[in-house]
Design a protein around this ligand. Structure first.
Ligand code: MN
Length: 252
């Protein structure tokens, strides 16, 4: 089995090394093609107005000056002589739960693999204020290979990828695996943080406040908060199926 791995935290990220170890537990044909710099929040963006520079780092390992989406396309269409059987993206430093999914470059790496017709899985490691300097990557490293094997054994509809989040726990404290749906976070928590530079000119950061929040049942957010590994099947087709008939009726 040929595996292509990427991420959005960049070629030097600890989580990429974790994912490489997960992949190597499954195959000895592992290719790493990851962004040169941190692309967190890049979503499913393509680099169209700048050239893509590719830097060989080691055997079967390349850094691309671009997004996770660029990396997957570069790998599948150019660097690899034969397409991979599996694309793995991550392990992201931080959760990709609920609304994070639409911002996430990690999830987008798996989306691009799926678009190209390759089975794809995104991985993220939740952390808290206490573990932010040392997220529990060992949890994903320990549980990842078996989970990938089990997911690959399931017949999966085309255009579907898996979003996997490991809880902020040691392996021994993980309560199991839960299949979840994409949750919703409180949208009031996003804010603009104003600062001032050395010349007194204002600039801004997008910031997310942490606040206690009631999670809806069966969601990715709730599963991880309760110590489960969350597995959400995601579809590339964003059509609101249940609304089609009523919309057609209204516009007839
Ligand atoms: Mn990231």
């Amino acid at each position: 089995m040929r595996i292509l791995i990427t991420n959005d935290d960049g070629i030097h990220a600890d989580g990429l090394k974790t994912l490489e170890r997960i992949a190597r537990a499954l195959s000895d044909d592992v290719w790493v093609i990851a962004p040169e710099t941190d692309q967190s929040g890049a979503s499913h963006s393509l680099t169209l107005s700048l050239p893509l520079r590719v830097r060989p780092v080691a055997e079967r390992t390349y850094a691309v000056r671009g997004t996770p989406t660029d990396c997957v396309i570069m790998g599948v269409r150019h660097i690899l002589d034969r397409a991979p059987d599996l694309v793995l993206s991550g392990v992201n430093r931080g959760q990709n739960l609920g609304d994070d999914v639409t911002y996430s470059g990690t999830v987008a790496g798996a989306m691009e693999g799926t678009l190209l017709g390759i089975r794809s899985i995104a991985f993220s490691q939740c952390f808290s204020k206490e573990t932010r300097d040392a997220p529990h990557y060992a949890t994903g490293e320990c549980l990842g290979p078996d989970l990938v094997r089990r997911l690959l054994a399931i017949e999966t509809p085309p255009g579907t990828l898996f979003n996997v989040n490991f809880p902020d726990r040691l392996t021994s404290d993980v309560r199991g695996v839960k299949v979840t749906r994409q949750g919703r976070r409180n949208p009031d928590l996003v804010e603009i943080e104003p600062r001032e530079d050395g010349r007194g000119i204002p600039y801004y950061w997008i910031a997310f406040r942490r606040a206690p929040y009631e999670f809806e049942p069966e969601t990715d957010l709730k599963a991880c908060a309760e110590g489960f590994v969350s597995v959400t099947p995601l579809r590339l087709d964003l059509t609101a199926d249940g609304f089609l008939d009523r919309l057609s009726g209204a516009l007839a």
